[in-house]
Design a binder for this molecule. Sequence first.
Ligand code: NAD
Length: 528
Amino acid sequence: MSVETLDIKEAARGEEIVSYDPATGEALGRVPLLRVEAVVRAVQAARAAQKDWAARSFRERGRIVLAARGIVLKELEEIAALIHRESGKPAAEAISMELVPTLDLMQFFARKSVRLLKPERVGIGQYSLMGRSSKIIYKPLGVIGIISPWNFPWAIPMGEVVMALMAGNAVVLKPSELTPLIGLKIGEVFRRAGLPEGLLQVVTGDGSTGAALVEAGVDKIMFTGSVATGKRVAEMAARRLMPVVLELGGKDPMIVMDDADVERAAHAAVWGAFANSGQACASVERCYVQSRVAQKFINRIVELTRGLKQSAILEEEPDIGSMSSERQLEVVEQHVQDALSHNARALTGGRRKEGAGGWFYEPTVLVDVDHSMKVMRDETFGPVLPVMTFETEDEAIRLANDSVFGLTASVWTKNISRGRHMAEQIQAGTVMVNEVLYTHGIAQAPWGGVKESGLGHTHGRLGLLELVQPVHVHVNRMTILRDFWWFNYTPRAAQLFRGFARRFATGNPLQTSLLLPSMIRRYFERRS
Ligand code: NAD
């Protein structure tokens, strides 16, 4: 197999998908729709390129990632404008929520992967008294398939591409069909940074292209997307015994205790629920406020929500742009309608934005909601902030845990030890105290969900470890002795094994030392 970057246009044999600006409906471009054969070729070419890459030092790999970082920084405005146009989010938000975290992630993994993946000595207790030692070394897995969603079309795939490359792997990236131009831009940035030919392949297409990638013989899939698709990916991967990381949906609760800074919590709730039009896996999807401060908190979030600017026009400096697709907007409409039909009230919003053209939904605050409603159970993934009240800490924790999801959660209180204590009781991959939404942006810390929110991690050392094969290397330097437990199992050997059970297995060297006479007898028995 030659080392080449697939010419996806030629490989697609004329089949295409169209990328649209969701704020205007304008077609932004056409990209190839790749089928099975082309995806398999991309994986084979990536594998051919990986061997040389794995042999390079961390420093050499890091140099290329930092060169790519330089290009991203230089073209910051252009990339932010592309993200704005293809996803509908304001360019300012593309910079703050996608580009800043990625630039930090790039410098972090370019510099620190060498330390994070350093071979590790493992303490092996009393076995080390017998001249043995153990180390874990971390080897690249080979080819990593990355399947990514449209909601953070730059930050999610870029972060995983960087981590996979730094770990010594090749990558085949399948960006969302709604945001393929951003996926191709990631490939272009690395090509210009001098990444070896073939090592990063971007295969554009739809769900069938993603499924083809899962079946194409990669060594691991990093999947980010919906629970339904994640389960399908896991099933396909299980048939091949291929590992997967699944970063799936969320229904993230925010708990506001009555000793919280209500003003700050209100600002956080509004940003946490409405940033990216609420289309973040870690958006505040459910808010619980303690009754004593509920009215004050609700009044304030309604006031702040009404003050948000929603527009597609960058010159108007919008806070909220359009949603990324009509399909998602319809989910939001269904959830809000379901709640209103069960006596919930919309204090602001509750409908599409009039005369806006694209897929705009007004930021919405709902009250009088309960857990029988879709808006409190299923992922809404839109600009909706439903608020319930509670009386006690236990009730708040019970409500927060009453969900099939467990991605992030937040607790708001001035009493930090109470916040930590509550955090320990909440079922989620990340629990924040007095913070909301943003921790995916912390490259140094792990990211991952529990329950239906996913499996495994990305980011941080735990995320990097997903992209390598740990190998236990065990060495015995004391080669003059045969191990006591080798053949033959004479009565004396069996007696010694009983001694091991009673004494060695206590982990106490003093106890083990009492076995020395039996060991010496076993040694001479074998020599005779
Ligand atoms: P999606 O599941 O529809 O699509 C995700 C990706 O999977 C796309 O690239 C798509 O083409 C591909 N795909 C579709 N069918 C496939 C198949 N059968 N096999 C393989 N790949 C297939 O999700 P989406 O609508 O793009 O993204 C929104 C979802 O992603 C939300 O549920 C959100 O919570 C979740 N998400 C989770 C995280 C996280 O970190 N946990 C981050 C962002 C988004």
